[in-house]
Design a protein around this ligand. Structure first.
Ligand code: ADP
Ligand code: SF4
Ligand code: MG
Length: 326
């Protein structure tokens, strides 16, 4: 049995601005993340991935819904809320802006030990900092350098060291390699993977890049305009995507010339989240749209292979894909 580490129940975030326009950035997401897994969250830019991730690390207050970490509501339980920085951490996309340029790397690494591990002596703190640097592939000499003296990949290694220094259980990686050169991306992904095994970490791995998410994840949630439209085992989804949006994403991430049955062309643009389409929010771009789709919102339903899909015709598409296989 998989142990649930974190779950969201009907989690929603609505942004309002001065002109009272509202954006439903995250709309009613209920999901579980299991201990030790990498849960990948993927979708086009603006679909609400970062908003979702930031709520999980308590950087943003939800408009509605619950987040349970180890069974406790992180907004209702004072103890759970206090412990979040030690148990849940985040790695951001841009190591250029997330590291204070005025501080040396050694200081940046010691900072959270100063705040959260007050009982440690200076020698103990230094020892932990040195060990952490070594774990992310940097030697002690980096302690005396400033972020501006490091390459993008080295900075992201420092960000990872800072995120892991308090030994968290759960780490949200938000576009953690998107700002890096492709050759460096692979090194950082492998580092994250090694550290996960070493510390039994659980990751929420957020990216707009389906290839990166597929490489890293055990399970994947496909997000569209604030909602999950398909969720399931990473291998199952990549071998046989069912939701028309998932198909669109997978076909667009394929290299030219790759085998590609049932290819769907990317059509149209992401509608504005402040004025989302009625019914199924994907209906304005879906080749299979019917009248029902534009009037009724499809709920997530489970298919025989365990995946969940929000589409009125999920069963039909699933049957068709099974018949094609035979
Ligand atoms: N602070 C904010 N105020 C108003 N709207 C926001 C704010 N942050 C994000 N949004 C909007 O919410 C939607 C989701 O954004 P975001 O969570 O950053 O998506 P993603 O990470 O998938 O690109 C977007 O339409 C974005 O413009
Ligand atoms: S509900 Fe309709 S519009 Fe939405 S994905 Fe399914 S077929 Fe397409
Ligand atoms: Mg984002």
């Amino acid at each position: 049995m998989n142990n649930v580490l974190l779950q969201t129940k009907n989690l929603s975030k609505i942004y309002t601005d001065d002109r009272k326009s509202i954006v439903k950035a995250v709309n009613d997401i209920t999901l579980q993340i299991y201990q030790g897994e990498t849960f990948g969250l993927v979708g086009e830019s603006g679909c609400g991935k970062s908003t979702f991730g930031q709520m999980l690390v308590n950087l943003l207050e939800p408009t509605k819904g619950e987040i349970l970490f180890e069974g406790e509501d992180i907004f209702k339980s004072r103890r759970a809320r206090k412990e979040i920085p030690q148990k849940i951490q985040m790695i951001f996309q841009d190591p250029y802006s997330s590291l204070n340029p005025k501080r040396k790397i050694g200081w940046l690494l010691e900072e959270s030990l100063d705040i959260h591990r007050k009982n440690l002596s200076k020698e103990q703190r230094i020892k932990i900092v040195d060990e952490m640097l070594e774990l992310v592939g940097l030697d002690e000499s980096y302690k005396d350098r400033y972020p501006s003296q490091l390459s993008g990949g080295q900075r992201q290694r420092v960000s990872i060291a800072i995120a892991l220094i308090l030994k968290p259980k759960f780490v949200v990686c938000d576009e953690a390699v998107s700002a890096l050169d492709v050759s460096v991306q692979a090194q950082i992904l492998n580092l994250l993977h090694d550290l996960q095994e070493k510390f039994n970490l659980t990751y929420l791995f957020i990216s707009h890049n389906l290839n990166v998410v597929s490489y890293m994840s055990d399970r994947i949630g496909i997000m569209y305009l604030g909602s999950i439209v398909e969720l399931g085992d990473a291998v199952t989804l990549s071998k046989n995507p069912i939701h028309p949006y998932t198909k669109m994403l997978f076909s667009s991430s394929m290299n030219v010339g790759e085998a590609d049955s049932g290819k769907i062309q990317i059509t149209g643009e992401l509608p504005s989240p402040s004025n989302p389409p009625s019914g199924c929010t994907f209906h304005t771009r879906c080749a299979y749209c019917t009248e029902l789709c534009s009037s009724a919102r499809p709920e997530l339903q489970e298919l025989p292979d365990g995946r969940q899909i929000a589409c009125h015709y999920a069963q039909k598409f699933y049957q068709e894909s099974m018949e094609k296989k035979q």
